[in-house]
Design a protein around this ligand. Structure first.
Ligand SMILES: C[S@@+](CC[C@H](N)C(=O)[O-])C[C@H]1O[C@@H](n2cnc3c(N)ncnc32)[C@H](O)[C@@H]1O
Length: 253
């Protein structure tokens, strides 16, 4: 998937708040074995590593473009490696993931699998966006179902992997987790206008669509999407209330 670090960084400030909230859910200890799944460009992995002194932290990501940038953050006790979240193994004291698991299918099997990588006492800390009913996403799905895009995409729309929040608590409890802290929070962002929403989505949700659409349809898709969001959000500035699900748990059995 062609992730673009430059575009992704455009809204980096907005991503700090959920990251800091997630960090506060971790019981910080020194000397932990930590993996950050879908570490992206690594700034937040670095912040995580700085928070956990004398720990051995690995940032894992499947995108060469993102990892190339992440390498600049590496230091003693912090390294980055190419790999798929689906294939992660080993034993870790903390399995961490910020804004990445939404790209991975099968959370009903993924979450128990991530728990199984922890010893008793190990921690899981995950943040996933849960705003897929927001107009920014609805309009992408709707547009992808309209011609000529539908035909070009072979009817493909990005399947939603994030589960209803209750299911995470149920799943984790059933698979040996305790000290559960699972909640949804709306992060209030005030953006300049609807075009800024489009720019945000270009760095994330639109990536797999543009990956599949032929180049000659990119501009057309973007123009239609922009027109739709401008109609739905004519005000300036525009409020973008962004739901995110935060999950923290400790393996207790
Ligand atoms: C929205 S970015 C989040 C990056 C970083 N954690 C942050 O919060 O800034 C999502 C990252 O997940 C990575 N990713 C998506 N699917 C993946 C997979 N199946 N395996 C590994 N990495 C994946 C992407 O390459 C991208 O860097």
């Amino acid at each position: 998937m062609p992730w673009d670090p430059r575009r992704y960084h455009q809204f980096q400030k907005e991503r700090f708040a959920p990251f800091e909230d997630l960090l506060r859910l971790i019981k910080a200890r020194s000397g932990l074995r930590v993996i950050d799944l879908g570490c992206g460009t690594g700034e937040l992995t670095r912040r995580l590593a700085d928070h956990l002194p004398e720990s051995d932290v690995v940032g894992l990501d499947a995108s060469r473009e993102m990892l190339e940038q992440a390498q600049g953050q590496a230091r003693l006790g912090l390294r980055f490696q190419l790999g798929a979240i689906e294939d992660v193994d080993g034993e870790w004291d903390l399995v961490f993931s910020h804004a990445a698991l939404q790209w991975v299918a099968g959370h009903r099997t993924l979450m128990p699998r991530l728990l199984s990588l922890l010893p008793v006492g190990g921690q899981l800390a995950v943040q996933v966006p849960s705003n897929f009913d927001h107009a920014t996403h609805e309009e992408i799905r709707d547009l992808a179902g309209c011609e000529p895009f539908r035909d070009a995409l072979n009817g493909w729309v990005n399947e939603l992997h994030v589960l209803p929040i209750r299911e995470y608590a149920d799943l984790l409890h059933a698979h040996g987790a305790g000290e559960l802290n699972v909640f949804e929070k709306i992060y209030p962002h005030v953006l300049e206008d609807a075009d800024a929403m489009v720019a945000w989505m270009q760095g994330t949700a639109l990536v797999p669509y543009f990956d599949r659409l032929p180049k000659e349809l990119h501009e057309r898709f973007l123009r239609s999407y922009r027109d739709r969001l401008r109609r739905r959000f004519p005000e300036r500035p525009v409020f973008y209330g962004f739901n995110r699900t935060l999950i923290a748990a400790t393996r207790v059995r």
